[in-house]
Design a protein around this ligand. Structure first.
Ligand SMILES: [Zn+2]
Length: 367
């Protein structure tokens, strides 16, 4: 009996080591999960859609100038000019999933295709059918950052910088216990991430466009500050202008937000490489909360009634990820797999603690 228990335990351990690796075998010591709300897989893999560059469907003022910037003859050239970091550095040294034209699909599995269900799914590792609105309700589910912060190796080394006023509720900030910066009111009991007074003052006067979403530039500044001052081992950063400009039907601003997100990724990556705590030991996991409908009209929206908005994308760049570039003919990747992937890169087994959580994405970690 004792022997059986021991061998079962050994087998379980071997299986775990095969899928997640152990911290000792991994070069990754830090993970940054970076998202931009509602950026379509179509822009990621094909660059600017011609209809978004038009007056009629993208509400563009100077179409000639915008075409000069983002229109090219092939999807490959268009995506490179729109997202130079993703198609330069990440495509060369990391991996990208989600190009449906090449047999690679990444999908939301919550069936709702809007934000709270999506953030819950990738942060906690499973879709929760009880979540059916974007209301500020404290999430009952434990997210991977909260779980990491409960472990001795990570306690006090976890942080989040978020753009949307609902995210501290989705993260259940008071219970999660790690510092969060949002630029908005947070639920009582939240540990706030300190930022320079100048940023707080600018944000106070800078909430001029949307009532619950910040301009990405403030988020980028806070994220760089957090990296420099707090040196977290697990950091979540959420961008979001892509979603709001798309809802407004502003093609130019949607594309510029995507371009700016990519620039932020490159900037943050270079900063990591310049900091000894992060150099060659940091993995970026980059994704979104949902897709959107097709052009010419439905691209503005997403949700249960727009089936195409369940398709999304995922990119990973770091020292343990084989440089397979743009993936093709892959098994379906579920949004829910992101949480366990973040943990696995740090040598931790999230599904062992939360059996309902999806497993890490295969191929992210060198065998
Ligand atoms: Zn939206």
């Amino acid at each position: 009996m004792k022997l059986l228990t021991f061998s079962t335990w050994c087998l379980a351990l071997l299986g775990w080591a095969a899928t997640t690796g152990s911290a000792a075998d991994l070069k990754t010591r830090n993970v940054v999960l970076i998202t931009t709300d509602g950026l379509r897989w179509q822009e990621v893999f094909q660059g600017a859609d011609e209809l978004l560059l038009s007056k009629e469907f993208g509400n563009v003022g100077n179409t000639n100038a915008l075409r000069k910037e983002f229109w090219r003859a092939t999807p490959e050239a268009r995506r490179e000019v729109l997202l130079p970091f993703l198609w330069g550095k990440v495509a060369q040294s990391g991996q990208l999933w989600g190009n449906r034209t090449k047999g690679s699909e990444v999908r939301v599995s919550n069936g709702r295709n809007f934000s709270y269900p999506g953030y819950n799914e990738f942060l906690t590792g499973y879709p929760d059918p009880k979540i059916d609105s974007n209301d500020k309700v404290l999430n009952a589910n434990t997210n991977v950052f909260e779980w990491l912060n409960s472990k001795a190796d990570f306690r006090g080394r976890v942080a989040a910088v978020v753009n949307w006023d609902v995210l501290p509720w989705i993260l259940n900030a008071p219970r999660a216990g790690f510092p969060i910066w949002s630029g908005f009111e947070v639920p009582p009991g939240t540990q706030r991430l300190p930022v320079p007074e100048a940023l707080t003052e600018m944000v106070e006067h800078g909430r001029t466009i949307w009532s619950g979403v910040l301009l990405d530039t403030f988020v980028g500044y806070a994220a760089k500050h957090a990296l420099r001052e707090l040196k977290p081992r697990a950091l979540f950063v959420s961008y979001g202008e892509t979603d709001d400009w798309a809802h407004e039907g502003q093609g130019e601003r949607y594309l510029r937000s995507a371009h700016n997100f990519d620039r932020f990724l490159g900037d943050l990556w270079n900063r990591c490489q310049a900091q000894p705590e992060y150099r060659d030991s940091t993995t970026f996991v980059i994704t979104t909360d949902h897709g959107r409908g097709p052009t010419p009209i439905a691209w503005k929206n997403h949700g249960r009634e727009i089936a195409e908005s369940s398709y999304m994308w995922l990119a990973v760049l770091g020292p343990d990820t084989p440089a397979l570039g743009e993936r093709s003919q892959t098994p379906l990747v579920k949004q829910a797999q992101v949480a366990a992937t973040v943990a696995a890169l740090l040598g931790e087994d999230f599904p062992r603690a939360f059996p309902q959580a999806a497993s890490p994405v295969p191929g992210v970690i060198k065998p």
